[in-house]
Design a binder for this molecule. Structure first.
Ligand SMILES: C[S@@+](CC[C@H](N)C(=O)[O-])C[C@H]1O[C@@H](n2cnc3c(N)ncnc32)[C@H](O)[C@@H]1O
Length: 258
């Protein structure tokens, strides 16, 4: 109940932030542009240019980190954008769908997911709950990515989602995460920094779980030793998540056994 009330209040605050935004174009490269309040909910500002540019950089960054590690996004037949919002990143994969790749998105925010499902006809977008499971069958996807999503979830939710991702990924399936790492040090209090540097996850305002009100910071040690259980870390690039400035980029492969 508290979570529901807090989320509603915060979403009204984000809507108020977007009220003064100028009306932008209706579409870009043939794909509809979301209304300002939905852009604000995923980007923190209503600016259309930043929304488009950030999403484009994020998609290119994913393509690059896959390529660097010997994978081609065009050879991953089934892709899930977890926490896809209103499709800031998903919209840039339109060309992949023409090559027969199945594109899916899911988000726990019904308004964002519904907008994306209606307006990105090349992807199938669902709504999930704050905690797993989803409705997808086992081994449904070759690649799952979650950009700036675990950055807004408390620990138990993240662990539960990592277990769900293992269920959803095919053997050897790939997972990309963008996380707040050590570059956010300037935001920490002394006690938060002590916890972070000893490898503990730092979570702020867990009552806002799933919204931008809740902020989570991931030490490298925590990701390697705890979060990535059941996965092999194949790449870690500090501040390397393009389009989500200063977030760390993590690429992992699903392991057969835990
Ligand atoms: C900062 S936004 C980023 C959205 C999108 N990934 C992007 O890069 O534009 C965080 C997103 O995560 C979604 N989210 C948070 N918790 C979630 C959960 N448990 N399941 C699915 N989506 C979640 C939010 O609704 C929101 O759309």
């Amino acid at each position: 109940m508290v979570h529901f009330i807090v989320s509603r209040c915060f979403s009204s605050f984000e809507r108020a932030l977007s009220l003064r935004a100028k009306r932008g174009p209706d579409a870009h490269e043939g794909v509809a542009i979301p209304p300002a309040h939905l852009i604000t909910a995923v980007s923190g500002t209503p600016h259309v240019d930043r929304f488009l540019d950030g999403g484009h950089k994020a998609a290119s960054g994913i393509r690059d980190i896959l390529r660097k590690n010997g994978y081609d996004v065009e050879r991953l037949p089934s892709i899930l954008d977890f926490g896809c919002g209103c499709g800031r990143v998903l919209r840039w994969w339109k060309g992949l769908s023409k090559g027969g790749i199945e594109l899916h998105g899911t988000d726990y925010n019904r308004k964002l997911a519904t907008w994306a499902d209606i307006n990105l006809p090349f992807a199938k977008v669902a709504v999930n709950r704050l905690k797993p499971p989803t409705q997808y069958p086992n081994s449904r996807f070759d690649f799952i990515y979650a950009i700036s999503v675990f950055t807004h979830l408390p620990e138990q939710h993240q662990i539960a989602w990592m277990t769900e991702f293992r269920r959803l990924l095919r053997p050897d399936g790939l997972l990309f995460l963008s996380l707040h790492g050590a570059s956010y040090r300037y935001r920490f209090s002394n006690s938060e920094w002590r916890r972070f540097s000893s490898g503990e996850l730092v979570v702020r305002r867990r009552v806002g779980a799933g919204s931008n009100l809740c902020n989570t910071f991931h030490p490298e040690l925590y990701v390697r030793n705890v979060l990535s259980k059941g996965f092999r870390v194949i790449d870690f690039i500090p501040e390397g998540a393009m389009g989500s400035p200063h977030q760390d980029a993590w690429l992992m492969r699903r392991l057969e056994t835990l």
